[in-house]
Design a protein around this ligand. Structure first.
Ligand code: HEM
Length: 268
């Protein structure tokens, strides 16, 4: 109990909590990206996968609450550590270069963290609750009828003929708006910078960054972040530029096809 309590009350405990919750959140965003990349497959894939997640019911809610608790602890620890370091610094700065660099990095982390938080709220309103761009929210679109049964790692996700929410069309319609897509790209870019510094701090806090390993760990972190950013860029980027078009027969193909026909016929 004493050990658990000191996680919240001591400075090193808070740093550890930040590292641990950060690790969980990196796991989530990585898994989420892998799931989202199914948008480039047949509509059955992402629709079957999203249907499966929704069908988990109480388990899905338990995971959501756990992730929410991680976000809350991560932010709380960041605020507490910032206040603590300000108090320790006192009214006059030391003017030491290293301190200044560290302070710029942590200021940047706070700023990018705030943008990521704002993005997350918008994203939930967009794809989970449907209050932003409500007309293309999955709940407002006709259901998708599964053409084939979908399985992943031997787990049945949906059965042929099931009527499931059309997440595939929702994503295509959502990202066909330039402002929405550009906002996603900027937010994910800032999230990537946040992750890069966060992963560095994780190695520092957990003591993994020894002199021998520091170069290698840095390269692993940079490589992960580049792949993460490109993966996230690919989805709005490919849809917005028309590099990837929605599959024929989907609601999105019908809507976007109709929109481009209308704009072509409006030309003089
Ligand atoms: C191009 C980037 C992204 C795409 C295409 C995307 C797509 C989606 C979609 C389609 C859903 C709703 C799933 C459903 O209806 O079942 C969703 C939910 C969600 N996304 Fe994303 N997402 C992206 C980036 C992110 C990022 C960067 C974060 C975190 C910072 C994030 C966090 C979430 C969360 C927390 C949910 C709610 C999950 C739930 O229902 O419990 N997403 N996303």
């Amino acid at each position: 109990m004493h050990l658990f309590g000191s996680l919240f009350t001591s400075s090193i405990g808070r740093k550890f909590l930040m590292a641990l919750t950060g690790l969980v959140l990196v796991g989530f965003v990585t898994g989420h990206l892998v799931g989202n990349l199914q948008i480039f497959g047949e509509p059955d894939r992402i629709n079957g996968y999203a249907h499966f997640l929704q069908s988990l019911g109480p388990v899905l809610w338990a995971v959501r609450l756990f992730l929410l608790a991680c976000v809350a602890i991560h932010i709380w620890a960041a605020v507490a550590l910032t206040l603590e370091s300000r108090a320790a610094r006192g009214p006059v700065g030391y003017g030491v270069d290293k301190w200044v660099q560290a302070s710029v990095a942590s200021r940047y982390m706070r700023l990018s963290g705030l943008v990521v938080l704002a993005f997350l709220l918008y994203h939930l309103a967009h794809f989970t609750v449907g209050v932003a761009q409500a007309e293309s929210f999955k709940g407002a679109l006709p259901k998708w009828t599964m053409l084939e049964s979908a399985r992943e790692f031997g787990i049945p996700l949906a059965t042929k003929g099931d009527e499931v929410p059309d997440v595939y069309s929702m994503v295509f319609l959502g990202f066909s708006h330039p402002v929405v897509s550009l906002f996603y790209i900027v937010a994910v870019g800032l999230l990537t910078v946040h992750l890069l510094h966060g992963i560095d701090s994780f190695f520092q806090t957990t003591g993994l960054r020894s002199a021998m390993w520091s170069g290698l760990l840095r390269r692993v972190a940079v490589l992960y972040c580049v792949i993460y950013f490109l993966g996230n860029l690919a989805i709005p980027g490919a849809i917005l530029t028309g590099l990837v078009k929605p599959a024929a027969g989907t609601y999105a193909a019908h809507q976007l096809g109709a929109a481009s026909t209308a704009s072509n016929s409006a030309r003089p």
